[in-house]
Design a binder for this molecule. Structure first.
Ligand code: SAM
Length: 316
């Protein structure tokens, strides 16, 4: 069962044409997707090696034209994939397709200094490093001790060597390192609503409207810190895996009111059609009209729900 407050809000937010597929997605396990890790020499023939073990991999067509090299396997093969030698060695990285879009939209360049402000377990850091060809510099921040060590171990296993990890609270970075980074990824800690499954009570038990409000408070401070740490001319990706406007457009809207941030339009491949524009009003209150440039990805058989906002800091 989904929490009733959540259900009611979801029904209000989800566009009618995407509603049936989105609601169904809470009742069934999704196909598992992964990326080939081109940072490791061993990645060649990885798909053939998996197929030879009976793991049948289908290419995610649109991801190959974006350079993301994603593949999918049926949900029933999740264990075989997760415990394969290829996943353990780091030749592949299991990651949702929605998660891959955030680094892809940020478009880091090999010469950039990139900040990943909420980094563990490191899926987006690894893709950023891959897009940068392991050049430039990434600073990855994670304050929770066990998650910090998991992040470091994952980066090492995946062959990332342009990244330094810091066990710090992201809310402090804006004042410690103002106007510093070319690009910033803020995959904010959130109430994780897109992970809900009706057959798994543990996926919903942490959730409440109070939890959403607590997350929103922290996210507002994190996004301001991130924006302050951004170089003029730099770009910030703010994303969550929640549907609640308080964690998404409300956070972005508040930043647009407090800082000279600009929202950049987001362009996704035509084949990703389970999306809608960000909302500009919630519970009778107007949000910043530019929130319509952010994007809501609705859950489908292939993709998790996600929220994506790309922000720019103008040159002074
Ligand atoms: N970007 C990661 C990835 O793709 O693998 C997932 C990040 S997860 C959604 C959010 C992370 O933010 C968690 O690891 C959490 O511990 C961390 N976090 C919580 N509070 C934080 C804070 N004050 N500053 C920075 N990170 C924080």
């Amino acid at each position: 069962m989904l929490p009733s407050d959540f259900s009611q809000r979801f029904d209000q937010l989800c566009p009618p044409e995407l509603y049936d597929q989105a609601r169904r997605s809470f009742d069934q396990p999704r196909a598992v997707t992964f990326r080939v890790n081109t940072l490791r020499d061993g990645h060649e023939n990885v798909i053939e090696r998996l197929q030879a073990q009976g793991v049948s991999c289908e290419p995610v067509e649109w991801s190959h034209s974006l350079g993301l090299h994603a593949w999918q396997v049926e949900a029933s093969q999740r264990e075989a994939l997760t415990y394969s030698a290829e996943a353990e060695s780091g030749d592949i990285y299991i990651q949702s397709l929605s998660s891959m879009l955030a680094p892809w939209l940020l478009q880091p360049k090999p010469q950039d200094w990139v900040l990943d402000l909420a980094a563990a377990p490191g899926g987006k850091t690894i893709l950023l490093a891959q897009m940068m060809g392991n050049e430039g510099r990434i600073s990855a921040v994670e304050p929770v001790k066990n998650r910090f060590f998991r992040l470091r171990a994952n980066l090492e296993r995946m062959g990332v060597d342009n990244t330094q990890c810091y066990m710090k609270d992201g809310r402090a970075i804006g004042s410690i390192k103002p106007d510093t980074f070319d690009r910033i990824m803020l995959d904010a800690p959130c109430s994780s609503e897109s992970r809900f499954k009706t057959y798994d009570a543990s996926s919903v038990e942490h959730w409440s409207l109070r939890k959403v409000a607590e997350c929103s408070k922290k996210q507002k401070r994190l996004i301001q810190s991130a924006f302050d740490a951004l170089k003029p001319g730099g770009v910030l990706m703010y994303c969550t895996c929640s549907f609640s406007p308080e964690e998404n457009e409300v956070v972005v809207s508040q930043l647009l009111k407090k800082r000279p941030a600009q929202l950049l339009p987001i362009e996704l491949p035509d084949s990703i059609n389970n999306v809608s524009l960000g909302i500009t009003e919630w519970q009778g209150k107007a949000l910043h009209p530019d929130c319509q440039h952010s994007v809501r990805v609705w859950p489908s058989e292939q993709m998790d729900g996600f929220y994506l906002a790309l922000l720019h800091k103008p040159l002074a």
